[in-house]
Design a protein around this ligand. Structure first.
Ligand code: 4AD
Ligand code: MG
Length: 479
C-alpha cells in the first residue's frame, strides 16, 4: 500500500483553489508556533504549512519539531508571505515520527561539510545533500539515456573476479578462508584451491576486460557499476569504492572513442542544466558564499552554471602527450620549480598538478591528452607505430584533473601477448581474454568515466567524499 499524498514539487506548481491536499515530509523549521517549513525530498524548496495554533492541541504543537516526520491534510491557498506562491492551511496534523530537538544532530543552521560527513546517515536531509543526490541521480539517468539512444547495451560485469584488469595490483581480496587457520600448500603459500571459488579472487578494479568480450559480439556495450581500488590515496578525488561507466565499441579507433566520450560528457552536462535548474542554482550560490572568504585570485573565474555551459559550448582541446610535456617543461611553475614533481623529461607520468595546469592555466578548457608513453600505461592499450607510445586518451577537466581514461585496444594477438610478457601479466589466467584476439579480432576502443568525478564537477563540490552517500576511503567504511 502506498499513502495517498502529493509530492511537494508538484504542490508548489499547482494553482491554489482552496482544494484539499495531503502532504507528508520532514519538518525543517517551525516558526511562531504557526509556520511549518516542510520538505519531502521531491525538490529543494520547502512547502509552507500554516497551523491554526489557537485551535490546536498544545501537546501536538510541541511535537512539531525540526526533523519530525508528519502528515498534513489541508487546503491549498495562495500565500501572502514572501518567497512562495502557495501554502497549505492545515486542517489536520499527524505525527509519524517525533524528533527530539534537544538531541537531533541537524539544527536549522549551517553545518560544516566535515561534520556532515560524520553524520552521513542524516545529511540527506540538508539542502546541500538533497541537491547533490538529486543531481547524482540525474547524471546516472542521463548516462543510461545517452548510451541507449546510441544503440548501446548495458552489460553487468562481475564484481568478484580473479583478474586484475589494470595490472596495478591495487585489489581487495575476497575470501571465506579464516585468517586464523589458513590452509597452506606444500611450499607454505596460502592454498586458495580450498577457498570458496577454488582460486584467489578479488573485487573488480574495472569491468573493461569483460566489456571487451561483450563488445566483440554486440558491437556497442557499456558497464555501469561499482569498482574497487585498494590504493592508499588520501585525496579529494579518490575513493576506495567508486562507480565507473565503461563503454566498449567494436570497429572504432581512438578518434571515434574521443568523439563518443566528448559527446557523452556534453550530453550529460546539458541534461543537468536543463533538468536540475533549481538544485544547480542552489549549489552555485553555495559556492559563491563559500568563496567569499577566499582571496580574489583563488575564486573561480566562472560561476557553476557558466562553467557547465562553457564546457558544453566549446570543443575539448586534443593534444598529444609529447606536446603537453613540451608545454609543461616551458611553463613558469616548472621553471621556477613550483611543481611538487618537476617535469624533467619525456616519459614522466603526469601528476594532477600538471593536468590542472594544462586545463586551468594553459588551455583554459577541457583537454584530451593522447598517445602516452607505453611504459606508464596498461598492457591492453594499442601500440602506436613509433614503438614508444600507445593509443591512450585521458580527458582532463578543470578543478578535477583526469575524469576519463581510455584507449584503443591492442587487437593484434602477437603484440598483445608480447606486451603482457614484458609487463609480467600472467597469460595462462587470461586465455579467455586472448581468445577474442584469436577468433574474429577487430579494432575496438573504450574508456572509463569516473562517475563520482563527473558528479563532483557538475555539483561544484570540492571533495568526492561529499558526492557519494557513504564514501569508502583508507581508514573509513562507516554505515
Ligand atoms: O584510468 P582508469 O584507471 O581506467 C580504467 O580503469 C580503464 N579500465 C577504463 C577503460 O578504459 N575502460 O580509471 C578510469 C576513471 C578515471 O579516469 C577516474 O575518473 C576514475 O575512473 N577513477 C577513480 N575515481 C574515484 N576514485 C578512484 N580511486 C579512481 N580511480 C579511477
Ligand atoms: Mg587513468
Amino acid at each position: 500500500m502506498s499513502f495517498n499524498r502529493t509530492p511537494i514539487a508538484e504542490v508548489l506548481q499547482t494553482d491554489p483553489k482552496s482544494q484539499e491536499i495531503t502532504v507528508m515530509g520532514w519538518v525543517r523549521t517551525f516558526r511562531n508556533n504557526q509556520f511549518i517549513a516542510l520538505n519531502d525530498g521531491s525538490c529543494l524548496k520547502t512547502l509552507q504549512v500554516v497551523v491554526d495554533y489557537e485551535n490546536a492541541d498544545p501537546a501536538l504543537l510541541k511535537r512539531i519539531t525540526t526533523g519530525a516526520a508528519i502528515k498534513i491534510v489541508g487546503s491549498l491557498e495562495a500565500s501572502q508571505g514572501r518567497g512562495q506562491k502557495v501554502e497549505v492551511k492545515a486542517s489536520s496534523v499527524e505525527i509519524f515520527g517525533d524528533s527530539d530537538p534537544e538531541k537531533y544532530p541537524l539544527q536549522p543552521k549551517k553545518h560544516s561539510l566535515e561534520f556532515l560527513r560524520e553524520i552521513a546517515h542524516l545529511r540527506f536531509r540538508t539542502n546541500t545533500f538533497g541537491a547533490i543526490f538529486r543531481i547524482r541521480h540525474a547524471v546516472s539517468f542521463a548516462i543510461h539515456q545517452y548510451f541507449n539512444d546510441q544503440g548501446f547495451y548495458y552489460i553487468h560485469s562481475p564484481i568478484i573476479t580473479g583478474s586484475d584488469a589494470e595490472g596495478a595490483g591495487e585489489m581487495f581480496q575476497v575470501s571465506t578462508l579464516s585468517p586464523d587457520n589458513l590452509p597452506k600448500t606444500e611450499d607454505g603459500a596460502v592454498d586458495f584451491k580450498q577457498d570458496f571459488f577454488g582460486k584467489a579472487t578479488n573485487l573488480t578494479v574495472s569491468g573493461q576486460l569483460e566489456a571487451e568480450l561483450a563488445a566483440l559480439a554486440l558491437s556497442k556495450v557499456y558497464t555501469f557499476g561499482p569498482t574497487f581500488r585498494a590504493e592508499n590515496s588520501h585525496t579529494t578525488r579518490h575513493l576506495a569504492e567508486f562507480w565507473m561507466i565503461e563503454p566498449e565499441v567494436a570497429f572504432t579507433d581512438i578518434h571515434g572513442n574521443m568523439d563518443l566520450a566528448e559527446g557523452m560528457l556534453k550530453y550529460v552536462i546539458r541534461y543537468c542544466l536543463e533538468h536540475c535548474h533549481e538544485d544547480l542554482e542552489f549549489l552555485e550560490q553555495r559556492l559563491i558564499n563559500e568563496e567569499k572568504n577566499k582571496p580574489q585570485n583563488e575564486r573561480s573565474p566562472m560561476s557553476l552554471t557558466e562553467k557547465l555551459e562553457f564546457c558544453v559550448a566549446n570543443e575539448f582541446e586534443r593534444v598529444t602527450y609529447t606536446e603537453a610535456i613540451r608545454i609543461l617543461k616551458n611553463s613558469k611553475p616548472n621553471k621556477k620549480k613550483k611543481f611538487q614533481f618537476v617535469i624533467e623529461e619525456w616519459g614522466a607520468d603526469l601528476q594532477s598538478e600538471h593536468e590542472r595546469y594544462l586545463v586551468e592555466k594553459h588551455f583554459k578548457k577541457p583537454v584530451i591528452l593522447i598517445d602516452y608513453p607505453k611504459d606508464i600505461k596498461s598492457f591492453y592499450m594499442r601500440q602506436n607505430d613509433d614503438g614508444k607510445t600507445v593509443a591512450a586518451m585521458d580527458i582532463l577537466f578543470p578543478g578535477i584533473g583526469e575524469i576519463v581514461g581510455g584507449s584503443q585496444r591492442e587487437e593484434r594477438l602477437d603484440k598483445l601477448t608480447q606486451r603482457m610478457e614484458e609487463m609480467d601479466i600472467p597469460k595462462e589466467e587470461m586465455e579467455w581474454f586472448l581468445d577474442t584476439r584469436r577468433y574474429g579480432t577487430c579494432p575496438h576502443a573504450g574508456y572509463g568515466l569516473g562517475f563520482g568525478r563527473l558528479v563532483l564537477f557538475i555539483t561544484g563540490m570540492a571533495n568526492i567524499r561529499d558526492v557519494i552517500p557513504f564514501p569508502r576511503y583508507p581508514g573509513s567504511a562507516e554505515f
